[in-house]
Write a protein that binds this ligand. Structure first.
Ligand SMILES: [Mn+2]
Length: 357
């Protein structure tokens, strides 16, 4: 297991590489080029430039999160071929730069969704929360405005302005889209890009939908065991793999996270692990928590044990953290609570390792 930490770059992150390198056990960062418009090629020189910056602090850059997939690809429009060609070029450049894993998602229109970016917990810490009852009565445009006003001035990954300015048009385009058609479009995408991944040794790792159910009537397919199985079989290659995000999949209590880790881990298809806890408060309502088992709904010991038992040698990162100790940062992505999460996960790992002897 290689412990890594998500970093948004020197212009858009309150956390510095200097700080990240001081978190015990962290070997690298998860990065991206956030200024390149979706659908455009990531130039090799820009990727190398980012890599050099990261390596100057003794850290590795081997995981990218995310290269966003253009809506025309998800929609299966004729224009998708041009964007897929660009995506293939980006994969090639990432491979030439030594990137090993590419995390992406296939969620229509929206990326991850929360109804509250700074819910206050009894101890004064702030977390992100989701409640389906709020979503049901909400105009998507209103949600976008709330996400923007709650982001403390940082761009939120997945909520880039380009994606949202055409909201109305996108909803119309998705009107006739069902899960089956979305699967077909993912298959077409993967059939085209996986051969390039194999050639340049870059593993695709699809991130689950967050939350793992339909929102605003839009189809979502990266949601449960059955669908994950279907996805890895769309193109049967070790390069067609998963980012197993416990907090996303686990929002549906029917998803047994340790079981999913063991099942897909044994198939060699988990390339990237997002490990975090959430507290499910009622059906389709949850808030984020510290990583500690007793603070949330998951048994983090069982989750880490599952990774240990499958001999997981991929990349792992803590996922969202709480906002604590007065820190001002992008919601979910402060330094303090994610660093605490890493210390805790590393502690579990060491204990399991010594226990297993
Ligand atoms: Mn995640």
């Amino acid at each position: 297991m290689k412990m890594v930490f998500r970093w948004f770059g020197e212009n858009d992150d309150s956390v510095t590489l200097e700080q990240i390198r001081q978190i015990p056990g962290v070997t690298g960062v998860v990065g991206a080029l956030f200024d390149i418009p979706v659908g455009e090629v990531w130039p090799l020189e820009r990727i190398l430039d980012l890599k050099r910056k990261v390596e100057a602090f003794g850290l590795e850059l081997e995981v990218i999160e995310s290269v966003n997939v253009h809506e025309d690809i998800k929609l299966g429009l004729p224009s998708r071929d041009r964007y897929i060609e660009n995506y293939k070029e980006t994969i090639k450049n990432l491979g030439l730069a030594g990137i090993k894993v590419l995390c992406y998602n296939f969620m229509p229109v929206f990326d991850w969704i929360r109804t509250d970016l700074s819910k206050k917990l009894p101890d004064g810490s702030e977390v992100m929360a989701y409640d389906d009852r709020i979503i049901k009565d909400l105009d998507p445009i209103k949600l976008v405005q709330e996400m923007e006003s709650g982001s403390r001035g940082y761009s939120l990954p997945g909520w880039e302005p380009y994606r949202l300015k055409e909201l109305k048009r996108l909803f119309e385009l998705y009107q006739d889209m069902d899960e089956e058609k979305l699967f077909d479009n993912l298959k077409y995408f993967l059939e085209n890009v996986i051969p390039v991944c194999e050639k340049y040794d870059v593993k695709m790792a699809i991130h689950p939908d967050d939350p793992p159910w339909s929102v605003f009537g839009l189809p979502r397919i990266v949601t449960n065991k059955e669908n994950l199985e279907k996805i890895i079989n769309l193109v049967d290659s070790p390069y067609n793999g998963l980012t197993l995000c416990s907090g996303s999949l686990g929002a549906n209590p029917e998803n047994n996270i340790p079981e999913l880790i063991r099942y897909f881990g044994k198939k060699g298809r988990i390339h990237f692990a997002h490990v975090r806890n959430i507290k499910i408060v009622s059906e389709r309502a949850f808030h984020e928590t510290s990583h500690l088992s007793s603070d949330g709904s998951f048994d983090m010991f069982e989750i880490m044990k599952a990774y240990y038992d499958i001999g997981f040698d991929g990349y792992m990162r803590p996922d969202h953290g709480r906002m604590i100790w007065g820190e001002k940062a992008r919601p979910g992505y402060g330094l303090y609570d994610r660093a605490l999460g890493i210390a805790y996960l590393n502690g579990l790992w060491e204990a399991i390792n010594k226990m297993r002897g």
